[in-house]
Every structure is written in C-alpha cells, then in structure tokens.
Ligand binder design. Structure first.
Ligand SMILES: NC(=O)c1ccc[n+]([C@@H]2O[C@H](COP(=O)([O-])OP(=O)(O)OC[C@H]3O[C@@H](n4cnc5c(N)ncnc54)[C@H](O)[C@@H]3O)[C@@H](O)[C@H]2O)c1
Length: 369
C-alpha cells in the first residue's frame, strides 16, 4: 500500500519535498497546503490538490485521509502544525529546526510520547544525514579507520544576497525567526551530533556585521569552540556574508540553487582528526602514516581518497520516513535529536550575547517525573 503524503507549506523547500514524494513509488502526493496566493498554482504544477489550511483539508471529504505529512512552513509554526497532524493520526516529518523554542519543542515531544500517540512517528528533516558524503564519513568513523577521534574543525561560510532577506521571506533577517545559526549552523550541529554524540559546552565570538541593522538584527556569523560529551573538541566558523566555497552546499552540490564548487576538492568544510589518521570532507582525503616505517612527523604522509556515491538526500530521507512508518526502521533523526540540535543553537546564541561559555545539559527531560 502506498503511503499517502501531504506537504504543508509550499515556499522554497516544500515543492522539493513534493517532487521526492511524486518520484517515490511507495508514496502518493495527495495535497499541498499553503494559504499564500501562489499555493493553488504551485499545487497545480505538481498535479495535486490544494488546500489553504490543514483544517480545510481535514474537513474535506474530497481526498483520502493522509497517512503522513511533511511540514515545510516557517519555524514558529512547526509545533502547532505538527501537533495538529499527530492529533489527527498523521505521521510527521517536520523540517528543521523542530521548533522555534526549547519549551515548545519539549511540548511537542511530550505530546508525541502520549500513549494515544505512541503508534505515530515524529521525525525531523535533518536531511544531510542522508547525504552520500555524510554517509561515507560516518562509515569511515564507525569502522575506526581514524583511530580515536580527538578533534573536529568545521566551516559554513557563504554569501547570501539581499533577495534572500526580502519580503515575503523577511523573517530570515529577524533575530526572533532567522539568523545563520538556527537556519544553517543547525544542520552542521546535527551532523556533528550524528558523528560524535552530544555537544556539552560552547563558546562563541560574533563576526563583524556587514548588513544594516535595522532591518537586519539576526546574527551573520560566529567563531565557535565546542566540547562533546565524549571529550572530543571542535572549532567552527560560520558566516553568511562572505563569498566562499567552504560550506556543505558548495562542497557537496546537494542544493540545486547553490552551485557546486568549480574546483572540486578545494572546498573542504570538515576536517576530522584521529589518533591514527585525519580526514577532510568533501574531498574525502585520509592522511596517515599507514605503510610507513614509523608513525612520525618525519615520514611523508600516506594519502588515500574515498569515492562517494551519487544520491539525492531528500529522496533517501523520504524512503527512510516510509520505512519508519512501516515499522522497519527507527528514526535516524527523531524529535529528540532535532531538539538537541536546537538546544545547541540556542546555547550558541546565548554565548554570543553574553560572551560567556555555555554548558549544555543533555538530559532533555530532567524536570519531568
Ligand atoms: N532542509 C533544508 O535544507 C531546508 C532548506 C530550506 C528551508 N528549510 C526549512 O523549511 C521551512 C520552510 O522554509 P522555506 O525556506 O521553504 O520558507 P518559505 O517562507 O519559502 O515557505 C514557507 C511557506 O509556508 C507557508 N505557510 C505559512 N504558514 C502556513 C500554514 N499555517 N499552513 C500552511 N502553509 C503555511 C507560507 O505561505 C510559505 O509559502 C523552515 O523551517 C526552514 O528552516 C529547510
């Protein structure tokens, strides 16, 4: 039986998810929901039904009841929409970040955990877990090829044009709803968690602002230091106001609207340092003294390159969602994992604002009985 899917929100990313639903033989796109005037035209381009709201769809008898929904609306609407979907017996894949506050994210997790909702799945759309470069890196780490991991160094540096911040998506320039940390760095946090486990301490220094404030009051960038529960340490530079190839999108070419680096291999965005070897991504170069007489800086390093397959992460994420709904897999990025990434982003912002190092409690439900 095909899984009947609706896409809620048809702005930048909703139609991309809708395309994955259309191309997956196990899923049917039954409707697109968006109150914007462009909603009906977008739905008709995708050859599907349009509803201006979830309530209108739920009240309608013209389409079969959906099994699952992909929520692609602005961040502050994620929790009420996801809650409404779960309350109506619909599985949820909600775009990142899971919520716009820790409190509302926790509220959603608690709601999803109620006994009456136990059969329903809540996943968060950190689709990069399904990127072939991330998949390969995780495989290399899990195989122990680098030895014990000591440190990681990351970059997300790129230039966003003025049009990105113009209405109707001017929420991206407001501190309350936008900013490079919750919009972009949150992806890297999730990948760092996926690779190395939870981050427990963070410090941040703000980059020099390049855009006028007002109207831009969201952060543009930061230099961050990280400590993981495992003892691994990291540094990360994030900035959305500099022309640079050193970011996930340019390095991997995963986003069709951000061209891949023309100089393949010169756009490294992660360097991972282990006791036996180090690895840079996405050139997938492993440096070691393997095969040398001595493990010593006096030797010439051995260089190995890994091949990476070709796959579309949004398609793989959807296929995973279907497997989770069918009970054949556990969520790769659960609501809890999604909230952990958000908590780290909020800690990064707190560190930026206070100039203090911020400790992060990994026990999400510590105040619950
Ligand atoms: N995974 C990724 O790589 C990725 C990329 C971009 C955006 N996102 C996330 O996806 C979400 C949407 O981002 P976007 O850039 O597409 O935003 P957008 O502003 O381009 O689109 C959001 C759409 O949601 C619609 N909408 C608002 N309230 C609604 C409601 N109650 N019901 C139905 N539709 C509603 C708006 O009319 C708009 O068309 C954000 O949470 C963002 O963080 C993820």
């Amino acid at each position: 039986m095909s899984v009947k899917v609706i896409v809620v929100g048809a702005g930048l990313i909703g139609p991309r998810h809708a395309q994955s639903v259309i191309s997956n033989p196990d899923t049917d796109l039954v409707a697109l929901i968006d109150p914007a005037p462009s909603g009906p035209a977008t739905a008709s381009q995708l050859n599907t039904n349009h509803f201006p709201s979830l309530d209108a769809l739920l009240a309608s008898s013209s389409i079969p009841k959906p099994d699952a929904a992909i929520v692609c609306t602005p961040n502050h609407t994620h929790v009420p929409i996801s809650r409404n979907l779960l309350a109506n017996g619909i599985h949820v894949l909600v775009e990142k970040p899971v919520s716009d506050s820790i409190e509302s994210g926790l509220e959603l997790l608690r709601f999803a955990q109620l006994p009456e909702n136990a059969h329903l799945k809540l996943l968060v759309g950190h689709h990069r877990r399904f990127n072939p470069y991330v998949y390969k890196t995780k495989q290399i780490l899990d195989a122990g090829s680098l030895g014990s991991i000591i440190a990681v160094n990351g970059l997300w540096t790129l230039y966003k044009p003025q049009s990105y911040f113009a209405p109707p998506t001017d929420w991206r320039r407001a501190k309350s709803s936008g900013g490079v940390i919750p919009i972009n760095f949150v992806h890297d946090v999730d990948i760092l968690h996926h690779f190395f486990g939870p981050i427990v301490r963070i410090h941040a220094e703000k980059t020099l602002p390049q855009r006028p404030n007002p109207p831009h009051d969201a952060e543009e960038g930061a230099a961050l230091t990280l400590r993981f529960a495992s003892g691994i340490v990291g540094t990360f530079l994030v900035c959305d106001a500099t022309p640079s190839p050193h970011n996930f999108e340019t390095g991997t070419g995963e986003n069709p609207i951000i061209p891949k680096s023309p100089t393949n291999g010169d756009s490294d965005f992660y360097r991972i340092f282990g006791s036996n070897a180090s690895l840079s991504v996405p050139d997938m170069t492993r440096w070691s003294y393997d095969g040398k007489p001595d493990k010593s800086w006096n030797e010439t390093l051995s260089v190995e390159r890994y091949d990476v397959g070709d796959a579309t992460p949004f398609d793989l994420q959807l296929a995973h969602f279907v497997e989770v709904i069918r009970g054949n897999a556990q969520p790769s990025c659960s609501g809890e994992e999604g909230l952990r990434a958000l908590i780290v982003c909020q800690a990064a912002r707190k560190a930026l604002e206070t100039g203090q190092t911020v400790d992060i409690d990994t026990d999400l439900f510590k105040n619950e009985i």
